[in-house]
Design a protein around this ligand. Structure first.
Ligand SMILES: Cc1cc2nc3c(=O)[nH]c(=O)nc-3n(C[C@H](O)[C@H](O)[C@H](O)COP(=O)(O)OP(=O)(O)OC[C@H]3O[C@@H](n4cnc5c(N)ncnc54)[C@H](O)[C@@H]3O)c2cc1C
Length: 397
Protein backbone atom coordinates (compact mmCIF):
# COMPACT_ATOMS: atom_id res chain seq x y z
CA UNK A 1 0.00 0.00 0.00
CA UNK A 2 1.29 3.49 -0.86
CA UNK A 3 2.16 5.85 2.00
CA UNK A 4 1.42 9.59 1.92
CA UNK A 5 3.24 11.54 4.62
CA UNK A 6 2.34 15.17 5.33
CA UNK A 7 4.60 17.22 7.61
CA UNK A 8 3.05 20.20 9.42
CA UNK A 9 -0.46 20.55 10.85
CA UNK A 10 -1.05 24.09 9.64
CA UNK A 11 -3.23 25.52 6.86
CA UNK A 12 -1.60 23.52 4.09
CA UNK A 13 -1.05 20.25 5.98
CA UNK A 14 -4.58 20.06 7.39
CA UNK A 15 -6.09 20.95 4.00
CA UNK A 16 -4.10 18.22 2.23
CA UNK A 17 -5.17 15.59 4.77
CA UNK A 18 -8.83 16.66 4.62
CA UNK A 19 -8.81 16.62 0.82
CA UNK A 20 -7.47 13.05 0.84
CA UNK A 21 -10.59 11.80 2.66
CA UNK A 22 -11.80 9.77 -0.32
CA UNK A 23 -8.47 7.98 -0.87
CA UNK A 24 -9.03 4.35 0.07
CA UNK A 25 -5.91 2.53 -1.00
CA UNK A 26 -3.16 4.47 0.78
CA UNK A 27 -1.80 4.98 4.26
CA UNK A 28 -2.09 8.66 5.24
CA UNK A 29 0.09 10.12 7.98
CA UNK A 30 0.21 13.65 9.39
CA UNK A 31 3.29 14.53 11.41
CA UNK A 32 3.22 17.78 13.35
CA UNK A 33 5.04 19.14 16.37
CA UNK A 34 1.87 20.67 17.83
CA UNK A 35 -1.45 19.10 18.81
CA UNK A 36 -3.19 22.40 17.97
CA UNK A 37 -3.87 24.02 14.62
CA UNK A 38 -3.46 27.80 14.58
CA UNK A 39 -6.05 29.84 12.71
CA UNK A 40 -3.63 32.79 12.55
CA UNK A 41 -6.03 35.41 11.09
CA UNK A 42 -7.95 35.34 14.41
CA UNK A 43 -4.94 35.39 16.76
CA UNK A 44 -5.08 39.19 17.10
CA UNK A 45 -8.75 38.83 18.10
CA UNK A 46 -8.02 36.17 20.73
CA UNK A 47 -5.23 38.42 22.02
CA UNK A 48 -7.74 41.22 22.52
CA UNK A 49 -10.42 39.24 24.32
CA UNK A 50 -11.86 36.97 21.59
CA UNK A 51 -12.50 33.28 22.09
CA UNK A 52 -9.45 31.02 22.21
CA UNK A 53 -11.21 28.44 20.06
CA UNK A 54 -11.45 30.99 17.21
CA UNK A 55 -7.72 30.70 16.71
CA UNK A 56 -6.71 27.33 18.14
CA UNK A 57 -8.25 23.94 17.38
CA UNK A 58 -7.15 20.33 18.00
CA UNK A 59 -5.47 18.87 14.91
CA UNK A 60 -7.04 15.47 15.62
CA UNK A 61 -10.58 16.92 15.35
CA UNK A 62 -9.84 18.67 12.08
CA UNK A 63 -8.50 15.55 10.37
CA UNK A 64 -11.19 13.20 11.74
CA UNK A 65 -13.08 13.53 8.43
CA UNK A 66 -10.28 11.51 6.83
CA UNK A 67 -10.69 8.22 8.71
CA UNK A 68 -7.52 6.69 7.27
CA UNK A 69 -5.37 9.55 8.53
CA UNK A 70 -3.06 8.87 11.45
CA UNK A 71 -1.61 11.74 13.48
CA UNK A 72 1.91 11.53 14.90
CA UNK A 73 2.99 14.22 17.35
CA UNK A 74 6.69 14.70 16.53
CA UNK A 75 9.16 17.10 15.00
CA UNK A 76 10.59 16.25 11.59
CA UNK A 77 14.37 16.66 11.66
CA UNK A 78 15.81 15.17 8.50
CA UNK A 79 14.72 14.14 5.04
CA UNK A 80 16.56 11.69 2.82
CA UNK A 81 15.07 12.01 -0.64
CA UNK A 82 17.15 9.16 -2.04
CA UNK A 83 15.80 6.76 0.60
CA UNK A 84 12.38 8.50 0.65
CA UNK A 85 12.46 8.79 4.41
CA UNK A 86 11.90 11.34 7.16
CA UNK A 87 13.64 11.16 10.55
CA UNK A 88 11.74 12.39 13.58
CA UNK A 89 12.93 13.76 16.93
CA UNK A 90 11.44 10.70 18.69
CA UNK A 91 14.02 8.52 16.93
CA UNK A 92 11.60 7.04 14.39
CA UNK A 93 12.17 7.03 10.64
CA UNK A 94 9.10 7.14 8.42
CA UNK A 95 9.22 6.04 4.78
CA UNK A 96 6.98 7.64 2.18
CA UNK A 97 5.84 7.21 -1.40
CA UNK A 98 4.63 10.82 -1.50
CA UNK A 99 5.61 13.50 0.98
CA UNK A 100 4.15 16.98 1.45
CA UNK A 101 6.26 19.47 3.39
CA UNK A 102 4.31 22.34 5.00
CA UNK A 103 6.19 23.39 8.11
CA UNK A 104 5.49 27.11 8.11
CA UNK A 105 7.85 29.85 9.25
CA UNK A 106 9.50 30.90 12.51
CA UNK A 107 10.05 34.23 14.26
CA UNK A 108 13.22 36.10 13.36
CA UNK A 109 14.43 39.07 15.44
CA UNK A 110 17.04 39.97 12.83
CA UNK A 111 19.73 40.10 15.52
CA UNK A 112 17.97 42.76 17.62
CA UNK A 113 19.16 41.92 21.13
CA UNK A 114 16.82 41.25 24.03
CA UNK A 115 13.71 40.89 21.88
CA UNK A 116 13.67 37.10 22.29
CA UNK A 117 13.70 37.58 26.08
CA UNK A 118 11.46 40.59 26.64
CA UNK A 119 9.08 40.96 23.73
CA UNK A 120 5.75 39.24 23.21
CA UNK A 121 4.32 37.74 20.07
CA UNK A 122 0.97 36.49 18.79
CA UNK A 123 1.91 33.63 16.47
CA UNK A 124 0.36 30.88 18.58
CA UNK A 125 -2.24 30.38 21.32
CA UNK A 126 0.57 29.98 23.86
CA UNK A 127 2.15 33.30 22.87
CA UNK A 128 -1.23 35.03 22.92
CA UNK A 129 -1.90 33.68 26.42
CA UNK A 130 1.50 34.93 27.61
CA UNK A 131 0.79 38.42 26.26
CA UNK A 132 -2.67 38.53 27.83
CA UNK A 133 -1.34 37.32 31.16
CA UNK A 134 1.25 40.10 31.10
CA UNK A 135 -1.37 42.78 30.29
CA UNK A 136 -3.58 41.66 33.18
CA UNK A 137 -0.74 41.09 35.65
CA UNK A 138 0.54 44.62 35.03
CA UNK A 139 -2.85 46.00 36.01
CA UNK A 140 -2.93 43.80 39.13
CA UNK A 141 0.69 44.36 40.26
CA UNK A 142 1.27 48.01 39.26
CA UNK A 143 -2.36 49.21 39.47
CA UNK A 144 -1.71 51.17 36.28
CA UNK A 145 -1.43 50.72 32.56
CA UNK A 146 1.98 50.58 30.88
CA UNK A 147 3.62 53.87 29.82
CA UNK A 148 3.52 52.69 26.23
CA UNK A 149 2.33 49.63 24.37
CA UNK A 150 4.56 49.11 21.37
CA UNK A 151 3.93 46.92 18.35
CA UNK A 152 6.97 46.32 16.15
CA UNK A 153 6.05 45.84 12.50
CA UNK A 154 3.32 47.56 10.48
CA UNK A 155 2.43 44.61 8.29
CA UNK A 156 -1.12 43.22 8.36
CA UNK A 157 -0.63 41.62 11.82
CA UNK A 158 0.78 44.83 13.34
CA UNK A 159 -2.02 46.92 11.87
CA UNK A 160 -4.86 44.61 12.94
CA UNK A 161 -3.43 44.27 16.46
CA UNK A 162 -2.77 48.02 16.66
CA UNK A 163 -6.35 48.80 15.74
CA UNK A 164 -7.78 46.54 18.47
CA UNK A 165 -5.29 46.73 21.35
CA UNK A 166 -6.15 50.21 22.72
CA UNK A 167 -9.86 49.47 23.18
CA UNK A 168 -9.02 46.13 24.80
CA UNK A 169 -6.61 47.65 27.32
CA UNK A 170 -9.10 50.38 28.22
CA UNK A 171 -11.74 47.71 28.76
CA UNK A 172 -9.62 45.51 31.03
CA UNK A 173 -8.28 48.56 32.91
CA UNK A 174 -11.91 49.44 33.70
CA UNK A 175 -12.62 45.90 34.88
CA UNK A 176 -9.48 46.06 37.06
CA UNK A 177 -10.71 49.41 38.42
CA UNK A 178 -7.50 51.11 37.32
CA UNK A 179 -8.12 54.85 37.32
CA UNK A 180 -5.08 56.13 35.41
CA UNK A 181 -5.70 54.49 32.12
CA UNK A 182 -4.34 56.78 29.43
CA UNK A 183 -3.31 54.25 26.86
CA UNK A 184 -0.60 54.98 24.29
CA UNK A 185 -0.26 52.51 21.46
CA UNK A 186 2.64 52.96 19.06
CA UNK A 187 3.44 50.96 15.95
CA UNK A 188 7.10 51.04 14.96
CA UNK A 189 8.04 50.16 11.38
CA UNK A 190 11.47 50.09 9.71
CA UNK A 191 10.13 50.74 6.18
CA UNK A 192 9.07 54.20 5.02
CA UNK A 193 5.35 53.41 5.23
CA UNK A 194 2.92 51.03 6.88
CA UNK A 195 1.70 47.87 5.07
CA UNK A 196 4.82 47.93 2.87
CA UNK A 197 3.77 44.80 0.97
CA UNK A 198 0.37 46.26 0.00
CA UNK A 199 -0.67 49.21 -2.17
CA UNK A 200 -0.09 52.79 -1.05
CA UNK A 201 -3.84 53.37 -1.13
CA UNK A 202 -4.44 50.51 1.32
CA UNK A 203 -1.68 51.90 3.55
CA UNK A 204 -3.24 55.38 3.53
CA UNK A 205 -6.67 54.04 4.49
CA UNK A 206 -5.12 52.09 7.36
CA UNK A 207 -3.03 55.07 8.49
CA UNK A 208 -6.07 57.34 8.56
CA UNK A 209 -7.99 54.85 10.68
CA UNK A 210 -5.08 54.30 13.08
CA UNK A 211 -4.74 58.07 13.55
CA UNK A 212 -8.50 58.39 14.18
CA UNK A 213 -8.29 55.94 17.08
CA UNK A 214 -5.14 57.56 18.45
CA UNK A 215 -2.54 54.98 17.48
CA UNK A 216 0.89 56.55 16.97
CA UNK A 217 2.72 55.30 13.89
CA UNK A 218 6.50 55.70 13.53
CA UNK A 219 7.96 54.69 10.18
CA UNK A 220 11.66 54.53 9.24
CA UNK A 221 12.22 53.42 12.83
CA UNK A 222 14.58 50.53 13.20
CA UNK A 223 14.68 48.52 16.43
CA UNK A 224 18.13 47.97 17.90
CA UNK A 225 17.37 46.10 21.09
CA UNK A 226 15.08 45.70 24.07
CA UNK A 227 15.83 45.78 27.78
CA UNK A 228 13.63 45.26 30.85
CA UNK A 229 12.94 49.03 30.82
CA UNK A 230 12.26 49.77 27.20
CA UNK A 231 12.65 49.43 23.46
CA UNK A 232 15.77 50.95 21.98
CA UNK A 233 15.42 52.35 18.47
CA UNK A 234 18.25 53.83 16.41
CA UNK A 235 17.31 57.40 17.41
CA UNK A 236 15.43 57.09 20.74
CA UNK A 237 14.24 54.84 23.53
CA UNK A 238 10.59 54.10 24.29
CA UNK A 239 9.86 53.36 27.94
CA UNK A 240 7.75 50.23 27.94
CA UNK A 241 7.42 46.75 29.29
CA UNK A 242 5.05 45.71 26.54
CA UNK A 243 6.56 45.17 23.11
CA UNK A 244 4.75 42.90 20.67
CA UNK A 245 7.00 41.71 17.86
CA UNK A 246 5.13 41.14 14.59
CA UNK A 247 7.97 42.15 12.31
CA UNK A 248 10.20 39.30 11.31
CA UNK A 249 9.87 35.78 10.09
CA UNK A 250 12.17 33.36 8.33
CA UNK A 251 11.69 30.00 6.73
CA UNK A 252 11.53 26.93 8.90
CA UNK A 253 15.09 25.85 9.88
CA UNK A 254 14.25 22.32 8.66
CA UNK A 255 15.18 23.44 5.15
CA UNK A 256 18.55 24.92 6.04
CA UNK A 257 19.26 21.89 8.21
CA UNK A 258 18.60 19.79 5.10
CA UNK A 259 20.19 22.20 2.64
CA UNK A 260 21.74 19.38 0.61
CA UNK A 261 18.21 18.16 -0.21
CA UNK A 262 16.73 21.42 -1.53
CA UNK A 263 17.44 24.43 -3.69
CA UNK A 264 16.75 27.51 -1.59
CA UNK A 265 16.17 31.09 -2.75
CA UNK A 266 17.75 34.08 -0.98
CA UNK A 267 15.01 34.04 1.67
CA UNK A 268 15.77 30.34 2.25
CA UNK A 269 12.41 29.34 0.76
CA UNK A 270 12.34 26.17 -1.31
CA UNK A 271 12.43 26.50 -5.07
CA UNK A 272 9.70 24.26 -6.49
CA UNK A 273 8.80 23.37 -10.06
CA UNK A 274 5.48 24.10 -11.78
CA UNK A 275 3.92 21.17 -9.90
CA UNK A 276 4.95 22.40 -6.43
CA UNK A 277 7.53 19.59 -6.39
CA UNK A 278 11.22 19.24 -5.64
CA UNK A 279 11.17 15.75 -7.18
CA UNK A 280 8.44 13.38 -8.35
CA UNK A 281 7.62 12.37 -4.76
CA UNK A 282 8.15 15.46 -2.60
CA UNK A 283 5.86 18.50 -2.66
CA UNK A 284 6.59 21.74 -0.79
CA UNK A 285 3.67 24.09 -0.15
CA UNK A 286 2.50 27.13 1.82
CA UNK A 287 4.98 29.46 3.51
CA UNK A 288 7.91 27.11 2.75
CA UNK A 289 7.65 27.35 -1.04
CA UNK A 290 9.25 30.18 -3.00
CA UNK A 291 6.06 31.09 -4.88
CA UNK A 292 4.67 34.50 -5.71
CA UNK A 293 2.01 34.76 -2.98
CA UNK A 294 3.80 32.69 -0.35
CA UNK A 295 3.13 33.92 3.20
CA UNK A 296 -0.65 33.81 3.14
CA UNK A 297 -3.09 31.24 4.46
CA UNK A 298 -5.09 31.48 1.23
CA UNK A 299 -2.01 30.56 -0.78
CA UNK A 300 -1.30 27.60 1.51
CA UNK A 301 -4.87 26.31 1.12
CA UNK A 302 -4.98 26.72 -2.67
CA UNK A 303 -1.63 24.94 -3.03
CA UNK A 304 -2.75 22.18 -0.66
CA UNK A 305 -5.89 21.55 -2.71
CA UNK A 306 -3.79 21.42 -5.86
CA UNK A 307 -1.28 18.98 -4.34
CA UNK A 308 -3.90 16.63 -2.88
CA UNK A 309 -5.59 16.56 -6.31
CA UNK A 310 -2.18 15.83 -7.88
CA UNK A 311 -1.45 12.98 -5.44
CA UNK A 312 -4.85 11.41 -6.18
CA UNK A 313 -4.09 11.57 -9.91
CA UNK A 314 -0.66 10.00 -9.34
CA UNK A 315 -2.20 7.20 -7.25
CA UNK A 316 -4.55 6.55 -10.18
CA UNK A 317 -1.60 6.52 -12.58
CA UNK A 318 -2.73 9.76 -14.23
CA UNK A 319 -0.99 13.06 -14.99
CA UNK A 320 -2.00 16.45 -13.62
CA UNK A 321 -1.69 20.03 -14.83
CA UNK A 322 0.88 22.60 -13.62
CA UNK A 323 -0.10 24.88 -10.75
CA UNK A 324 -1.50 28.33 -11.44
CA UNK A 325 -2.50 30.80 -8.78
CA UNK A 326 -4.84 33.77 -8.93
CA UNK A 327 -4.03 36.97 -7.00
CA UNK A 328 -5.14 36.58 -3.39
CA UNK A 329 -7.45 39.06 -1.67
CA UNK A 330 -6.06 40.78 1.42
CA UNK A 331 -8.60 41.64 4.13
CA UNK A 332 -7.16 43.45 7.15
CA UNK A 333 -9.42 44.34 10.10
CA UNK A 334 -9.11 47.97 11.24
CA UNK A 335 -11.99 48.03 13.75
CA UNK A 336 -14.47 45.45 15.10
CA UNK A 337 -16.68 45.92 12.03
CA UNK A 338 -14.39 47.44 9.40
CA UNK A 339 -11.56 46.11 7.25
CA UNK A 340 -9.36 47.12 4.36
CA UNK A 341 -9.75 45.01 1.25
CA UNK A 342 -7.06 44.96 -1.37
CA UNK A 343 -7.07 42.90 -4.52
CA UNK A 344 -4.84 43.63 -7.52
CA UNK A 345 -5.20 47.43 -8.05
CA UNK A 346 -8.37 47.76 -6.00
CA UNK A 347 -8.22 48.92 -2.38
CA UNK A 348 -11.02 50.14 -0.13
CA UNK A 349 -11.88 50.20 3.55
CA UNK A 350 -15.00 50.41 5.69
CA UNK A 351 -18.03 48.37 6.70
CA UNK A 352 -18.30 46.55 3.35
CA UNK A 353 -14.67 45.55 3.84
CA UNK A 354 -15.56 44.36 7.34
CA UNK A 355 -18.42 42.24 5.97
CA UNK A 356 -16.12 40.75 3.32
CA UNK A 357 -13.47 39.93 5.91
CA UNK A 358 -16.12 38.24 8.02
CA UNK A 359 -17.21 36.12 5.01
CA UNK A 360 -13.52 35.36 4.31
CA UNK A 361 -13.22 34.03 7.87
CA UNK A 362 -16.25 31.79 7.36
CA UNK A 363 -14.68 30.41 4.17
CA UNK A 364 -11.28 30.09 5.90
CA UNK A 365 -12.79 28.12 8.79
CA UNK A 366 -14.81 25.99 6.36
CA UNK A 367 -11.64 25.09 4.46
CA UNK A 368 -10.15 23.49 7.53
CA UNK A 369 -13.22 22.23 9.46
CA UNK A 370 -16.15 22.05 7.02
CA UNK A 371 -19.12 24.44 6.80
CA UNK A 372 -21.23 23.01 9.67
CA UNK A 373 -18.54 23.49 12.35
CA UNK A 374 -17.28 26.68 10.70
CA UNK A 375 -20.71 28.28 10.83
CA UNK A 376 -21.13 27.51 14.51
CA UNK A 377 -17.72 29.02 15.33
CA UNK A 378 -18.26 32.00 13.04
CA UNK A 379 -21.63 32.92 14.58
CA UNK A 380 -19.97 32.97 18.04
CA UNK A 381 -17.03 35.08 16.96
CA UNK A 382 -18.35 38.20 18.70
CA UNK A 383 -18.27 36.49 22.10
CA UNK A 384 -15.47 37.32 24.52
CA UNK A 385 -13.61 35.30 27.12
CA UNK A 386 -10.99 35.93 29.78
CA UNK A 387 -9.01 33.66 32.03
CA UNK A 388 -8.31 36.60 34.38
CA UNK A 389 -10.30 36.10 37.60
CA UNK A 390 -10.50 39.86 38.31
CA UNK A 391 -12.09 40.54 34.91
CA UNK A 392 -14.45 37.61 35.20
CA UNK A 393 -15.57 38.65 38.69
CA UNK A 394 -16.09 42.27 37.52
CA UNK A 395 -18.06 41.14 34.48
CA UNK A 396 -20.38 38.98 36.56
CA UNK A 397 -21.33 41.85 38.94
C1 LIG B 1 -0.42 36.56 13.52
C2 LIG B 1 -0.59 36.12 12.09
C3 LIG B 1 -1.70 36.54 11.37
C4 LIG B 1 -1.90 36.13 10.04
N1 LIG B 1 -3.01 36.55 9.38
C5 LIG B 1 -3.23 36.12 8.11
C6 LIG B 1 -4.42 36.52 7.41
O1 LIG B 1 -5.25 37.25 7.96
N2 LIG B 1 -4.58 36.04 6.14
C7 LIG B 1 -3.67 35.22 5.54
O2 LIG B 1 -3.89 34.82 4.39
N3 LIG B 1 -2.53 34.85 6.17
C8 LIG B 1 -2.30 35.27 7.43
N4 LIG B 1 -1.14 34.89 8.08
C9 LIG B 1 -0.17 34.04 7.38
C10 LIG B 1 -0.60 32.56 7.48
O3 LIG B 1 -0.75 32.20 8.83
C11 LIG B 1 0.42 31.65 6.84
O4 LIG B 1 0.67 32.05 5.52
C12 LIG B 1 -0.07 30.20 6.88
O5 LIG B 1 -0.21 29.74 8.21
C13 LIG B 1 0.88 29.27 6.11
O6 LIG B 1 0.40 27.97 6.18
P1 LIG B 1 1.42 26.74 6.26
O7 LIG B 1 0.59 25.51 6.27
O8 LIG B 1 2.45 26.91 5.22
O9 LIG B 1 2.15 26.89 7.66
P2 LIG B 1 1.54 26.93 9.13
O10 LIG B 1 0.09 27.21 9.09
O11 LIG B 1 2.42 27.84 9.92
O12 LIG B 1 1.74 25.44 9.64
C14 LIG B 1 2.99 24.87 9.89
C15 LIG B 1 2.81 23.68 10.82
O13 LIG B 1 4.00 22.91 10.86
C16 LIG B 1 4.31 22.57 12.20
N5 LIG B 1 5.77 22.36 12.24
C17 LIG B 1 6.73 23.30 12.20
N6 LIG B 1 7.96 22.73 12.20
C18 LIG B 1 7.75 21.39 12.23
C19 LIG B 1 8.62 20.26 12.25
N7 LIG B 1 9.95 20.39 12.19
N8 LIG B 1 8.07 19.02 12.30
C20 LIG B 1 6.72 18.86 12.34
N9 LIG B 1 5.85 19.90 12.33
C21 LIG B 1 6.36 21.14 12.27
C22 LIG B 1 3.81 23.76 13.00
O14 LIG B 1 3.58 23.44 14.35
C23 LIG B 1 2.50 24.08 12.26
O15 LIG B 1 1.46 23.27 12.75
C24 LIG B 1 -0.92 35.30 9.41
C25 LIG B 1 0.21 34.89 10.13
C26 LIG B 1 0.37 35.29 11.45
C27 LIG B 1 1.59 34.84 12.23
Amino acid sequence: MKKIVVIGGGFAGISVIRDLRDVEDAEIILISNDTEFRYTPALYHTATGGLKRESSMPVQDLISTTPRAKFILAKADKIDRAKKSISLDNGDTIHYNYCVLALGVITNYFGAEGLDRYSYSIKSAKEVEKLKQHLHEQLIDDKRTDDNYVIVGAGPTGVELGSALGAYIKKIARLHKVKKNKVTIEIVEAADRILPSLSEKAANIALKRLKQIGVKVSVKSRVKSETREGLILEDRTIETQTVVWTAGISNNPFFQNNADQFMLDKKNKVIVDDYMCVDKFVFVVGDNAATKFSGMAQTAIVQAKYVSHGIKRLLAGKEFKPFKQASPIYAIPISPKQAIITWKNLSFGGFIGGALRSVADLIGYADIMGYRKAFSLWTNSEHYEETCSVCNAANIK
